[in-house]
Ligand binder design. Structure first.
Ligand code: ASP
Ligand code: MG
Length: 419
């Protein structure tokens, strides 16, 4: 017997018909002899609808009341799933955020889980009852409902798994695993049986939208084994216990598996960043600080940064990338400080893409970056900026060349499926 957390996303919960399928999958896991807890999202589109109601009601909405409204989507689906399980002869009950309780801080609309008291839930599960949690919600120190930020149900699932000491947290979604790259771009992309927490974190932060980034950090911290798999399976599909999806595991578990792996694990493309250049910035201590400090204070997340070597005149160009959504704000802030920073021109480009190759294998191998640069050069693709971490190399290129770049890199690193 194992203790399993199963999490179902909004597409899987969209309507009573689909909830019945989900209940069938849950029931089968219980019949396989496991203790089961389930974490559910709201029906697809429901949270967006509720957010809009808040905006219409009051453009400057109070985050505490926003949480009352948007947490309701998950309350509905958790109750419906418990009802459906009961109709199939299972014992089941819902555990709202304040009931478990799932204790969070009081940062409404982006709360962090602090503690989950597992006793009541564990006793109920031990008696054969299926525990159904609405994802995304918790309770603040003063007893008000909180939500965890968009996509937060993944984080709820991992937190519940950690609290009840689950053997595995299965995330059922509309893809059947994590791929070497987006299969819509590269038909020969392959499903990965295993990825490490760090690889998943890097992939999530550069545009692979399979899991909320925070849920991956939490899984890494708490050592929760997470499987990503499809909820759109038929009766004859292999059981979740046979690990048909992608397992997210520690470096050690990866090594022990002696799974044959390529040097590079995955390639991601992110078109959500824009490039900003300030020309002829004075080359003196404090110049770059005067650019980036105000952006940091405004919570603008700068990613790639390049500063050229100063020319003879003691001036240098500074280029960086920031989220597209923050571009207008960024430009306005810099323009306001033109005198103080002392730059000559401010140039922006929102038609860029960041292409990243990720893999723990590059820790122990030279030449990964060189292969990337050469492969892109052979196709005449110009690199505008570069950043690296221990397990990732990212380059900034023209957005029009995204698909081509991902395809040629996927082949160059030997990731194409055979046949
Ligand atoms: N329903 C919430 C959202 O759409 C949380 C989630 O589904 O993960 O963001
Ligand atoms: Mg999601």
């Amino acid at each position: 017997m194992a203790r399993i957390v199963m999490k179902f996303g909004g597409t899987s919960m969209a309507g009573t018909e689909r909830i019945r399928r989900v209940a069938g999958i849950v029931k089968r896991q219980q019949e396989a002899g496991h203790e089961v807890a389930v974490v559910v999202s709201a029906m697809a589109g429901e949270t967006d609808r509720l957010v809009n109601f808040c905006r219409e009601a009051n453009a400057l909405y109070d985050p505490a009341e926003y949480d009352v409204v948007v947490s309701s989507g998950e309350q509905v689906t958790s109750g419906l799933l418990a009802l459906t399980l009961q109709s199939m002869g299972c014992k089941a009950r819902s555990w709202l955020g304040w009931q478990a309780p799932i204790k969070t801080d009081d940062a409404h609309a982006k709360a962090r889980i602090e503690d989950i008291d597992p006793e009541g839930v564990l006793a109920s599960m031990a008696s054969g009852e299926i525990a159904v949690f609405p994802g995304f919600q918790g309770v603040s120190p003063d007893g008000r409902v909180t939500t965890l930020g968009r996509g937060g149900s993944d984080t709820s699932a991992v937190a519940v798994a950690a609290a009840i000491g689950a053997d595995r947290c299965d995330i059922y979604t509309d893809v059947d695993g994590v791929y070497t790259t987006d299969p819509r771009i590269v038909a020969k992309a392959q499903k990965l049986p295993l990825v490490t927490y760090e690889e998943m974190l890097e992939l999530a932060s550069v545009g692979s939208k399979v899991l909320q980034t925070r849920s991956v950090s939490l899984a890494m911290k708490e050592n929760v084994r997470v499987q990503v798999l499809s909820s759109f399976i038929d009766e004859n599909a292999p059981s979740a216990d046979d690990l048909p999806g992608t397992m997210i595991v520690s470096d050690e578990e990866l090594e022990e598996s002696d799974m044959e792996r390529q040097l590079i694990t995955g390639i991601a493309a992110d078109k959500n960043e824009a490039k900003v250049t300030l020309t002829r910035v004075p080359d003196r201590p404090g110049a770059v600080a005067s650019i980036f400090t105000p952006l940091a204070e405004a919570n603008i997340n700068v990613d790639m940064i390049i500063q050229n070597v100063a020319k003879e005149k003691g001036e240098t160009d500074v280029t960086f990338t920031a989220p597209m959504a923050d571009l207008a704000r960024t430009l306005a802030m810099l323009e306001e400080r033109k005198e103080q920073i002392g730059f000559y021109r401010l140039i922006s480009n929102d038609s860029v893409a960041k292409i990243s190759v990720v893999g723990v294998g590059m820790r122990s191998h030279a030449g990964v970056a060189a292969t990337m640069f050469k492969t892109l050069a052979d196709r005449g693709i110009n690199i505008q900026a570069i950043t690296t971490s221990e397990i990732k190399v990212s380059v900034l290129i023209d957005a029009d060349e995204t698909e081509l770049a991902v395809r040629v890199l996927h082949s160059a690193y030997g990731l194409d499926a055979k046949g």
